[in-house]
Design a protein around this ligand. Structure first.
Ligand code: ACO
Length: 334
């Protein structure tokens, strides 16, 4: 069976920069630059403006990824789109992206709902589709628009300060003969913790799906038990990184670059230290993006490329943890 690899990456961040100082200026939010930096490492994030949507951002990131692969849209045969914040409840953003980029070419579009782990789940699917020969070139996109759904009062401040908007994309295709490409993936979930980090309303589990009562109680905003999430994130990210290395029969010392999901700088520093990965092998974007959820890892990849840190055949470890709980890891040769 042939191997699959990531051929290229692209990213897009909205123009509007929102600093911690900007959030501090919102009196009802009752936060401070010092608290945000100390607890999370975040200094700024981007927010969409003027009606910009996740699909709009996906168009930019996808075009960049396809161009960087030396391909055209005609070469793309399938879309995988990961997001927890689709433009609409249904259909998924994959269809809107198909319309924008492919017009009359009715290629398939699959939406992935695995929050911060969504990109890695999507990558595992793309890897399988390419290995089995179903497709040659897949566009894998992750976007997130958090800013339109956050609670800018004291009730939501623990969540609100952490998130930002953005988009990332990669093209996945066949690896040349002898190139290891995507070597192994490991995917997990544990639904008993679903309510520790979730957005409850609107919900088809309720009738009506949205009520005045739910709105008054702020149940249309994300809710997070930060300490529980933090503890599980550190444990599971370490565990799944070891699992994927074992599956690929490689050692941690062979990893050239660690691209972890960016939810909190302190989580990543602890994970890197437990894994004994030196900080210079880890890429951080959270300082200027905040948590962009499914878009995070491809954004991180673009940053690594920009810094000249990703070289042909380098062993790269991707690891994420998020709502669900879900967690996942992929080991690949660049
Ligand atoms: N500004 C100022 N004070 C705040 C803020 C804020 N934005 N948010 C909370 N506080 C206060 C709390 O009210 C509390 O005050 P109190 O002591 O008077 O009660 C105090 O700060 C400490 O709160 P903690 O929740 O204990 O703070 P902690 O050190 O745990 O940090 C944080 C909170 C940053 C949220 C951390 O728990 C965390 O990062 N958790 C994990 C986040 C994460 O990984 N999310 C997963 C990915 S998201 C996804 O999958 C969609």
């Amino acid at each position: 069976m042939r191997q699959a690899r990531i051929l290229s990456a692209g990213m897009y961040l909205p123009e509007r920069v929102v600093t911690n100082g900007d959030l501090e200026a919102i009196k009802e939010l009752d936060t401070s630059d010092e608290w945000i930096q100390q607890r999370s490492g975040i200094r700024a994030r981007r927010y969409v403006s003027n009606g910009e949507s996740g699909t709009d951002m996906a168009v930019h990131a996808s075009k960049q990824a396809v161009e960087n692969a030396g391909l055209t849209m005609d070469d793309i045969e399938f879309i995988i789109y990961a997001t927890l914040s689709p433009d609409y409840t249904f259909p998924g953003n994959g269809c809107f992206l198909q319309e924008r980029l492919f017009g009359d070419r009715t290629i398939g579009a699959m939406d992935v709902r695995n929050q911060c782990s969504g990109f890695i789940y999507g990558l595992a699917a793309a890897d399988s589709f390419i290995k089995t020969g179903l497709y040659d070139h897949i566009l894998l996109v992750g976007t997130e628009v958090h800013s339109t759904g956050l609670d800018f009062t004291r009730n939501g401040r623990d969540v609100t300060v952490l998130f930002g908007d953005g988009a990332g994309a990669v093209v996945v295709g066949p690896a040349p003969e002898g190139h290891p490409g995507i070597m192994a993936s490991a995917l997990h979930s544990e639904g008993k913790h679903a309510r520790e980090l979730w957005l409850e309303s609107p919900a088809s589990a309720m009738n009506p799906r949205i009520s005045h009562e739910a709105l008054d109680q702020g149940r249309h905003y994300p809710m997070m038990n930060g300490r529980v999430v933090f503890k599980h994130a550190v444990t599971r990210m370490v565990e799944v990184s070891h699992e994927v290395l074992a599956r690929a029969r490689r050692k941690i010392a062979e990893v050239a670059l660690f691209l972890p999901h960016q939810a909190n700088m302190r989580i990543n520093q602890m994970v890197a230290s437990y894994l004994r990965i030196p900080e210079e092998k880890m890429v951080s974007t959270i300082q200027w993006t905040g948590n962009t959820t499914a878009a995070t890892i491809p954004i991180c990849m673009c940053e690594a490329i920009r810094q000249g840190k990703l070289k042909e055949n380098d062993l790269v470890l991707l690891t994420a943890f998020g709502s669900g709980f879900t967690w996942a890891s992929t080991l690949l040769a660049w």
